[in-house]
Ligand binder design. Structure first.
Ligand SMILES: Nc1ncnc2c1ncn2[C@@H]1O[C@H](COP(=O)(O)OP(=O)(O)OP(=O)(O)O)[C@@H](O)[C@H]1O
Ligand SMILES: [Mg+2]
Length: 365
């Protein structure tokens, strides 16, 4: 899969700008703040309807304007035009000019694997951030996932409201709580299975990639969940035992809404052990593993974005990572300087040089 063209209208610092991309390597060069990340952010946004660095869509609108749009041509055996418009809080998505009402139907179409500094949160941050990041990845692979997750969250909300308000001395009220619990378990188990499959698939590749890059062995990603390795009946018992606690808290204290994904290095939590550069390499190993999963699931290579890959990494690691990338994949790399890259890797790359608001396109070598 490739994005051959993108047209940005009032997106970030681009008032009206079209880029024609290469099907192979695209390298975006320029000083800090010229708008390199903004370009890959637009590609990501077109695929996932959200940014990787903000939840405030208004901040993406060019200063003094009310609306932005992104239009891109995606080539995946056939070519289709994708469009997102954002106008005063209203976001709309289109494929070939037909509006798609359900975002979950739109999101699984363009497959992106993106690495940027935000992704280090996958190792460093809290369980809720880990879940958010993993949810984004899986939602691209399986359009059933987001739908199921949103049903689960609705039932959870209903159950929590019920726990806060209900007088459970009445037997009929208890019955309704049991019904909600059964439904929660039903949808939770579907999510749990999809998450387990995803993490198992990641672990088929993760340690190998980490070893290729760093020479060190023993990286795994563990999926921690109340729903792991347990039958429906045992789960029901667990909820029953916790009913008084749930009522006291006014909250559901077990379930897949509390899952976590934790990187371990040789049975030690990676967050507390690996160096900053190694953490970055661990996340890159995860992203490289994902490329394989995307390829197996969708039968096409995802589009790969490497934003600011080079900071904190030594030249040797950078070039090892680039060596692991397949030649037939479309890649976007942002950097302030070409000196990080071996000449060999640059051949035939399309270079976008951004200087004083002007963009120059050249083919290297
Ligand atoms: N809504 C907006 N309207 C206009 N300009 C914006 C908007 N949002 C951000 N910018 C500008 O975009 C620039 C940042 O762009 P970007 O993050 O793409 O830089 P970069 O080239 O990736 O820099 P670095 O090398 O530091 O990563 C900032 O100068 C900022 O002023
Ligand atoms: Mg940047």
């Amino acid at each position: 899969m490739q994005i051959t063209k993108i047209k940005l209208t009032n997106f970030r610092n681009y008032e009206n700008q079209t880029f024609n991309f290469s099907n192979n390597k695209n390298i975006i060069i320029g000083n800090n703040g010229v708008g390199k990340t903004n370009i890959v952010e637009a590609i990501y946004y077109l695929a996932l309807t959200k940014s990787f660095r903000t939840n405030v869509d208004n901040s993406l609108v060019n200063n003094n304007q009310d609306a932005f749009s992104i239009i891109g041509t995606i080539n995946d055996k056939i070519s289709s035009d994708y469009k997102i418009t954002f106008d005063k809080q209203t976001k709309k998505v289109y494929i070939d000019n037909n509006q798609i009402r359900k975002f979950s139907d739109y999101i699984s179409n363009i497959n992106i694997v993106c690495f940027n500094t935000e992704d280090l949160k996958l190792i460093k941050d809290s369980p809720s951030v880990h879940r958010q990041l993993i949810n984004i990845e899986i939602s691209q692979l399986d359009n059933k996932y987001l739908k199921t997750l949103s049903i689960y969250n609705k039932i959870l909300k209903q159950r929590n409201t019920y726990l806060k308000n209900v007088n459970l001395k009445e037997n009929s009220n208890k019955e309704f709580l049991y019904i909600l619990t059964d439904k929660l378990i039903e949808y939770g188990l579907i999510i749990n299975e999809i998450r387990n499959n995803f993490i198992n698939n990641i672990n088929k590749y993760l340690d190998n990639y980490f070893k290729e890059i760093t020479g060190k062995e023993g990286l795994t990603l563990k999926y921690i969940s109340d729903y792991n390795d347990i039958t429906k009946e045992k789960l029901k018992n667990k909820y029953n035992k916790l009913i008084m606690k749930d009522i006291n808290y006014g909250n559901t204290t077990i379930g897949i809404h509390l899952d976590d994904f934790i990187f371990y290095y040789q049975d030690i939590i990676a967050k507390n052990y690996l160096s900053e550069g190694e953490k970055k390499n661990a996340v890159i190993a995860f992203k490289l593993s994902e490329i394989n999963i995307f390829k197996e699931t969708t039968k096409t290579n995802p589009i790969l974005i490497l934003d600011d890959l080079f900071s904190e990494l030594d030249k040797e690691k950078i070039n090892k990572i680039l060596n692991l990338l397949k030649d037939d994949m479309q890649i976007f790399i942002t950097t302030t300087d070409l000196k990080h890259l071996e000449e060999e890797k640059l051949k035939k790359s399309k270079i976008f040089t951004i200087k004083e608001g002007k963009i120059e396109e050249t083919i290297y070598g």
